[in-house]
Every structure is written in structure tokens, then in C-alpha cells.
Write a protein that binds this ligand. Sequence first.
Ligand SMILES: C[S@@+](CC[C@H](N)C(=O)[O-])C[C@H]1O[C@@H](n2cnc3c(N)ncnc32)[C@H](O)[C@@H]1O
Length: 255
Amino acid sequence: MSGYTRYNSKMWDAWSEQRNQWTIPLSHEEFLKAKAEPPLIFLTPEKTVPLAWFPPAGARVLGVACGGGQQGPVLVASGYEVSIMDLSDRQLGAERLVAAREGYRIDTVKADMTVSFPFASASFDLVVNPVSNSYIEELDNLWRESFRVLKPGGALMTGWANPLLYLFEDAPFEQEGLDFVCKFPLPYNGRKMAEAGMEVRLDTGYQFSHTLEAQIGGQLRAGFVLKGFYEDTESASPLARFTSMYAADLAVKPA
Ligand SMILES: C[S@@+](CC[C@H](N)C(=O)[O-])C[C@H]1O[C@@H](n2cnc3c(N)ncnc32)[C@H](O)[C@@H]1O
């Protein structure tokens, strides 16, 4: 674990205490509903993943940076055998809380997605990675390790932020009517900004934008074949009037 990833995990612990929307675990009623439905999971804020992207029930699924008791319980309710890896103690605790309440077993593993994943090669049918790579500086390890732990024919589904989000200061995102003015050259690098003197606060942590070459080219370089793609938004954000804000893709490890 590097200094900035440790800081970000503490930030996610703090966000979990403040009940950030990505840290609120499924309720009992939502879990019962999920059992009666197909797997309706989110990689990005608003659209659910196309059902055609899922393997049959019974498949082994690894959620990477996926704690919080949100996507994990839905995957369990849909009949998958699920392991959840995350770096935040509280996000992993939320997974265990739902599992204990609903009476199922789930593997929770504290690990950093910027280093080797603590799983054997070719052990999962599916890797699920909701938007989270804005919290890491370099993506190649994420793509390489996801590829390694997948069985041949297995798939990675991953969500990511439109890099354009990082061109602007925070204020126009938070207050209607302010102009979005291009301020930060891309790719945005929170760690280098901190080295250059920017204050790092516990409400934003170290964030990073990534080029499309690092996102899409990186998955292809790791050996994946891209099979699916969609864009998504966050309707409440003033920026949503101008552009899509998120994307998700399905990347398959050739059989
Ligand atoms: C937007 S949340 C995704 C989980 C959310 N509950 C969901 O279902 O969409 C981002 C997650 O990434 C995790 N995370 C951030 N940096 C990480 C790292 N270096 N390694 C592993 N997990 C990390 C955070 O702890 C957080 O749980």
C-alpha cells in the first residue's frame, strides 16, 4: 500500500461514517427484492449493467474496489459466489454486515488494487469493478491483475469517470449557475498536485483522471477483447447538461 492509497482508504472510511451514497449498504427489503430480480448492479451512477453481460448463476465473481454492501449483496442474491476486495475497513465491514443480517457467506479481502491481487490465477469467471480508478494513479496493474485472476473466457466489467470531469474546479459542480472554466491540464494527478503544494483534504483525497489510452488501450494491452460499452451520467450535476460523465465497458479474456 502506498501513502496516497492508504490516505484514500481512510477517506473512504470517513465517507462511510458520513454515509456517502456509495457506502450505504442494501436494506433487508432491497435484498429480498434483489432475490426476485435479475442482477441489477451499478458500475456507474444511474444505468444498470446490461443483463447480457452476466455469466450464468453459480459463477465465481470478484468485486474489485467494490465494498460498501451495494453490488456484492445483489450479486449474492442473483446466485453468484462472491468475493469482495477493497482497501477500506468500513466498506468491507458493510459487506459483512449485510451478509450476517441476511445469513449468507461472503469473502471480504482487504487489498490494494495498485499491487498484486491476493488471489490465484484463473480463479474467477467475472471481475466487477465499479467506478473507482479515479482513486489510483496508474491503471496497468488493475488491468493486468484482473486479467490474471480471470479464467480464460471470463470477463471484467468496469466503470470509469469521463476525464473531462477533472478539467474544472469543484465549485460549478456544487452550485448551479457557475461557469465551468478549464483549469487543470489532463491527466489530472492529485498526488503531483499535492507535491506541488496543493492542500489534500479528507473530503476529496487523492484523485486522478486517466487518458482514454490508459483506460481502453490499457485493457487491450493487458490482453482483453472489448465486447461492450455504454456511457452514463449523474443527472443532478450541472455538468450533465453538457456531456456524459461516466462510461462502462465489458472486457473479455479470450478462451
Ligand atoms: C465508488 S466506490 C465503489 C463501491 C461502491 N459501493 C459501489 O458499489 O459502487 C469506490 C471504492 O473504491 C475503494 N478503493 C479506493 N482506492 C482503492 C484501492 N487502492 N484499492 C482497493 N480499493 C480502493 C474505496 O474504498 C471504495 O469502496
